[in-house]
Design a protein around this ligand. Structure first.
Ligand SMILES: Cc1cc2nc3c(=O)[nH]c(=O)nc-3n(C[C@H](O)[C@H](O)[C@H](O)COP(=O)(O)O)c2cc1C
Length: 272
């Protein structure tokens, strides 16, 4: 694995919220001292773009990006420029696609100008996206995932890439992380959801950590300093939070303060 410098502080991340985590939202979250913010998810191939429009038609909040190259630069200037408080903060862009087509190539290259990481969405479970063979279905068909990563690396040979997954869908950890290693993936951002319950299955984080040296960002139901500790004790290098921020973006400020307070007193050494 190439070390791309998975270094942001504090190790607390705002996880993607399609239709919500836009520039203004992420700027606010950066102001609260968060280590990494995530713009998007953005659908960046023609099929995912069409699927996203269908999702909006049935009432889901989503982002829609222009499909004409002449409009992409202006869109990026208006929607992606963020100011960091300090050099320890990072910007992540979450992207949905199942094929690297001409549209994908344009957006991938544009995003590298504004982001520190591009995060491949192997997490979305919306039917329209699954029908494009994207989102979480990439975890069921690892051959497809491998082909996709190969095509992405042809466009971005060395840009830091992460992957967002639903941990419970990975059956063969060794095979999965072997593929990610082959394409120098910088982090695995795992939603550790326990299907049917409103809590994380921490075993997922344990199993991932034990199968790879790629840093793990632990996600799902992280709400308190105690949840952060549980994720770190399982070996996660960072944690992320999403749903509480929909109603109250400031929610993350308390997590950052609690973590930083404890870390400064030496009781938690999991700084990145
Ligand atoms: C409205 C909404 C939109 C989401 N959009 C995305 C997305 O575009 N990409 C993604 O990887 N995850 C997306 N997620 C998943 C969250 O990032 C996160 O993994 C999930 O909500 C569990 O974390 P939490 O318990 O902190 O909310 C979305 C979740 C919600 C509720």
């Amino acid at each position: 694995m190439i070390d791309f410098g998975f270094k942001f502080r504090p190790p607390i991340v705002q996880s993607a919220l399609a239709g919500i985590s836009n520039r203004d939202f992420c700027q606010e979250i950066l102001r609260y001292g968060t280590g990494m913010v995530t713009l998007g998810g953005f659908s960046i191939d023609y099929e995912s773009h069409k699927a996203t429009i269908k999702m909006i038609e049935r009432g889901r909040k989503e982002f829609v990006l222009p499909t004409k190259q002449k409009n992409t630069k202006l869109w990026c200037m208006r929607n992606l420029v963020l100011e960091k408080l300090n050099k320890h903060q990072s910007i992540n862009v979450n992207v949905r696609f199942s094929k690297v087509d001409d549209l994908t190539k344009i957006w991938l290259k544009e995003f590298t100008k504004f982001a520190d990481f591009i995060e491949i969405n192997a997490h979305c479970r919306q039917e329209e996206i699954i029908n494009t063979k994207g989102g979480e279905s990439l975890l069921i068909n690892l051959e497809r995932l491998e082909l996709l990563l190969n095509d992405i690396r042809a466009v971005l040979p060395s840009f830091p890439l992460g992957i967002k997954i639903r941990g419970y869908l990975v059956n063969d950890y060794q095979n999965f992380v072997g593929i990610l290693d082959k394409f120098s993936i910088s982090f695995i951002h795992s939603d550790a959801m326990l299907p049917g319950h409103n809590r994380a299955n921490i075993k997922i984080i344990h199993d991932l950590v034990n199968s790879t040296e790629i840093p793990i960002i632990g996600n799902n139901s992280v709400r308190t300093i105690s949840d952060i500790k549980t994720m770190f004790e399982a070996g996660a290098k960072a944690v992320s939070v999403a749903r509480p921020l929909i109603r109250d973006p400031k929610f993350i400020q308390k997590l950052v303060k609690d973590y930083t307070g404890q870390n400064n007193h030496g009781s938690n050494n999991n700084s990145l």
